[in-house]
Ligand binder design. Structure first.
Ligand SMILES: NC(=O)C1=CN([C@@H]2O[C@H](COP(=O)(O)OP(=O)(O)OC[C@H]3O[C@@H](n4cnc5c(N)ncnc54)[C@H](OP(=O)(O)O)[C@@H]3O)[C@@H](O)[C@H]2O)C=CC1
Ligand SMILES: O=C(O)[C@@H]1CCC=N1
Length: 267
């Protein structure tokens, strides 16, 4: 199997590093290219033993899956670059937020099968949540194979294309929203009088440990929280203070704005 990445940035690299770590594919099956940062590609080749090239005929010949991993704004330049070199067997896998199947089909002027996926950077540790939607031309055999590829770096769920806006906001951008929340928690903790390096290490391990609890426990999140909330104790006091603020409304606004931007990108 030959997989080509057009774009080797934050998200593409999380995917191909996750793919290689999963051993589903040999690193020699992976070909990278980007716009101009050749030193970046050389580093990946040295570190991961992947291939790279700027020769689009070489890249697209016999390529089974071609990941479109540029920013949405750069897709026009990418489409211009590869439009006349597309091969019959190329299955396009777009990770570009908001760019619709129809936009990709039109800008590439192709009838080839196209899938849109919405992963997140947790792919790097095989923990991505990836939404996927397919063009009608994607056959069952390749759908099964692509699900196998996506499952090598996390969990995958098929949705209607319209629902990818919500998936993009909730889980595509989701890690950044949680990271921001962790940053604010650390800022607050630093005001409590502990040394900075102690706070950084403690909160990082707190987050990792809580994640492992979510993974290992069969209890729901609310029950896990209640198990910490001793009657009349410190957690209850802290939660009572927290509940004075419209936390749900804050995240509703956050997600609505992210969905709105995803829809703007698909116009
Ligand atoms: N970051 C994330 O967490 C997620 C991102 N996405 C989507 O992934 C896509 C990429 O985002 P991200 O990885 O953050 O962006 P980056 O800026 O990190 O990477 C963009 C890549 O595209 C390359 N590129 C630009 N133009 C071309 C071109 N004409 N031909 C080939 N390569 C080109 C750049 O090359 P060069 O460096 O040489 O300019 C770079 O390697 C976006 O569409 C985003 O919506 C989806 C889910 C999550
Ligand atoms: O911010 C973005 O547009 C991309 C898509 C989801 C995460 N990052």
């Amino acid at each position: 199997m030959k997989i080509v990445f057009y774009g080797a940035g934050n998200m593409a690299s999380a995917i191909f590093e996750g793919l290689i770590s999963s051993s589903l594919l040999n690193s020699h099956d992976i070909y990278l290219t980007n716009r101009s940062s050749e030193n970046q590609l050389q580093n990946y080749q040295e570190r991961l033993n992947v291939n790279y090239s700027y020769d689009d005929i070489e890249l697209l010949t016999d390529a089974d899956y071609v990941f479109l991993a540029t920013k949405p704004d750069d897709f026009d330049s990418l489409a211009e670059r590869i439009r006349d070199k597309v091969q019959p067997g190329n299955h396009f896998i777009s990770i570009m937020a908001g760019v619709s199947l129809n936009q990709i089909k039109t800008r590439l002027q192709t009838q080839n099968p196209i899938a849109r996926i919405m992963p997140n950077t947790n792919a790097q540790v095989q923990q991505s949540v990836t939404g996927i939607t397919f063009s009608d031309t994607f056959d069952a055999g390749h759908k099964t194979e692509l699900f196998k590829i996506l499952s090598s770096f996390g969990t995958a769920l098929e949705v209607e294309e319209e629902k990818l806006h919500q998936v993009t906001a909730i889980t595509g951008s989701g890690p950044a929203f949680l990271y921001y929340m962790y940053e604010q928690y650390i800022k607050a903790a630093l005001k409590m009088g502990l040394e900075k390096e102690h706070v950084d290490a403690a909160v990082r391990n707190l987050i990792i440990g809580t994640g492992h609890m979510l993974e290992a426990s069969e209890l729901g999140i609310e029950q896990l929280r209640e198990n910490i909330t001793s009657k009349g104790g410190t957690t209850k006091a802290g939660l009572d203070a927290l509940k004075k603020y419209p936390v749900e409304a804050i995240f509703t606004d956050c997600l609505e704005e992210a969905i709105k931007r995803s829809k703007e990108l698909s116009e």
